[in-house]
Write a protein that binds this ligand. Sequence first.
Ligand code: DON
Length: 306
Amino acid sequence: MDLQAIIDDIALSLAERRGEGKVADYIPELAKVDPNQFGIALTTVDGQVFTAGDAATPFSIQSVSKVFMLTLALGKAGEGIWKRVGREPSGSAFNSIVQLEQEHGIPRNPFINAGAIVVCDMVLAGHKPKEAIGEVLRFVRYLADDETISIDRAVAKSETQTGFRNHALANFMRSFGNLHHEVDHVLGVYFHQCAIAMTCRQLSRAGLFLAAHGHDPISGYSVVSPKRARRINALMLTCGHYDGSGDFAFHVGLPGKSGVGGGILAIAPGKASIAVWSPGLNKVGNSALGSVALEMLAARTGWSVF
Ligand code: DON
């Protein structure tokens, strides 16, 4: 299979549709991003890398970071984390608060904002926010095997100033006793993890362990056990696109995690880790062209898990 030809073809056929969707503007700094960009990168389990389009342009990974944070929290606290966060799709928007009251401050899953904020609280684990942010950044750099990855401070600041909904979610959960640290400290970590900037190439490299049973085939390191990798993929498939998760499974059929920066990390287990990026979002807040590109890729490669 000529993967380079396939992704070149996808990038070419989507060229006319660049700019589709709506760039997230509730984080003012993200509204400044040029919507006419599209990038795709694939890292295969045998260590080959294929890229097309704007695959070397850094973008704000936003909620894609929740996959790396979940991996860190599981490493620190093990399966005990499931006492404080669920594993069911929410069927609600990523920033919804409605289920939290009915479900006693326990978020449905680690990928909706409320769940990711609880995961942040677990990663903080008594440390200072600065130390936890450093740990997250080191982890992502280690996974991507790239020391140049950094946090976009302007994006973090922009979200700190406008993240009223996340403050509400965090305070609400704290009132139920499901947040153990100061709300400002937890959100400080959360806004910085979301503001990590990565290219498609770096992101596809960072996700490789999930395509290779928890083992990084390039560095030789074992990141998580095969069972844990399988479970993270299961959560990405069922919850990674919020109330668009069913549709993503229907059209693409791969575990995936989206972010409002327009990035999506998709995992083809046993085959490859794929990152796509295009800033315009569809109605449920997932990259419009990114989703189409992954649907095309899954159709051409036969990589759907179904
Ligand atoms: O908390 C927020 O609203 C953003 N930092 C992240 C949301 C996000 O990426 C949702 N993804 N599609």
